[in-house]
Design a protein around this ligand. Sequence first.
Ligand code: NAD
Ligand code: 6OD
Length: 500
Amino acid sequence: MTSTAIAAPAVLSGKPAEVGHFIDGRKVFSARPAFENRNPATGEVVSLVHEADAALVDDAVQAARRALKGPWGRMSDQERSGLLRKVAEGITRRFDEFLRAEVLDTGKPVSLASHLDIPRGAANFSVFADQILSASTEAFRMATPDGAGALNYAIRVPRGVIAVVCPWNLPLLLMTWKVAPALACGNTVVVKPSEETPTTAALLGEVMNEAGVPPGVYNVVQGLGPNSTGEFLTRHPGVNGITFTGETRTGEAIMAAASKGVRPVSLELGGKNAAMVFADCNLDKAIEGTMRSTFANCGQVCLGTERIYVERPLFNTFVERLKTAAQGLKMGDPFSPATNLGPLISSDHRKKVLSYYGRAKAEGAEVILGGGVPDLATPLSVGYWIEPTIWTGLSEESAVVREEIFGPCCHVTPFDTEDEAATLANNSPYGLATAIWTNDLTRAHRLAARIEVGIVWVNSWFLRDLRTPFGGSKQSGVGREGGVHSMEFYTELRNVCIKL
Ligand code: NAD
Ligand code: 6OD
């Protein structure tokens, strides 16, 4: 595995590559590509992407249904586990191809993708290859009037065909986070990657074939969401369960689609996460952690902290230190190991984030840093770059403080008491994650029980043990994935009662 020795793309010459679907173990292309996929760093077209219509989505679902009845459906947990392990090895073997594809699709720095996205893509498969071997169920002996008794035991059965609908911010990581446990449990999948980041899902099809995963077990349909591929897939009656990561609004549409046929859904949705920084914290660590939680992946991480609450005695120092650290972020060619801040995903997304930058100014925020578009040399000048931005001084009612922006920005607010910090943090329709920075562990435990989120990090952020429950409260999601919690979603329990 190499980490940074990845060739930067030469100026693309000739026709860009075409990215198509993967159905029944084969690459499939529609009559013609439907849209362009641009490199967010340069605006350059990197590929032409095909779009699956309803008939092609049906082909993929039917292939997935057939595969359930084939050798895949008869495999033992041990055999599936072995195949997943080979998939993990395949990702690692083709690390540089995945890395290049992910960096070109997202514009994220190679320094990030090589340490997070691609290794996690492989780890998701090896972790669930282990998990399935230790999955257990319950058993009960009961009394019966004849005295002989009966034995009840539960078995786990796959749900069937799972639709996996993915976002663009961590494409391989988030897709494999769902595909790996779904396959470990014996399901088959039809994946709909984001239209912004189609490539690694297609590449994974090749790895599945190389690993010997039977045709039809892993399928990919490319395309858009509403009135297109995403909707055709989630409304398809041959789909037995839907797992989705993306915006809360889209989650609502997907939940509505799932209600037809009463299909289960797992939803990992948006956030407007708070960090709480207490005066007794280790400031160096709090700054380092907040730099990551606010600016990693250009702020396009659902777990990112866009609201920072700082205990008043530390407030001015914290803001000054965060500003100095953020001034050290380095934009540039994402393929350069020195770059640690990439662009936003698209021109449209930049327009959205800039509208919040404008709104913050209009509402009288004190702009501590940034607030605009950086002046970069060609070819980066054409990309979707934006300045890292820090504000103070806005009211808690401001849309900038309440709504998910999904950009490299945060608003910092002082607080006076622990009670006030908790009230401020909970004042949100979202409830995904929080980061608490304090050396008072009693306080940390107290707050962990009080903050209305699915994930609490104390003196850390995005520190992941893949066996732990992951998911959001309130409008940040439905259900938990990870470890045994993924097993719960991707299987059904069937009780067997045997009269002795
Ligand atoms: P999005 O909701 O716009 O799109 C996600 C996927 O859904 C895409 O593949 C899209 O084509 C598809 N889609 C859109 N409308 C659809 C419909 N009506 N039916 C079926 N499919 C449809 O999200 P995004 O912009 O790709 O990602 C950013 C969002 O994702 C942010 O809100 C972020 O917080 C959230 N997110 C959450 C988590 C989490 O774990 N909670 C992780 C990553 C991202
Ligand atoms: O680490 C994970 O498993 C996970 N689902 C991370 C989500 C990050 C959101 O952008």
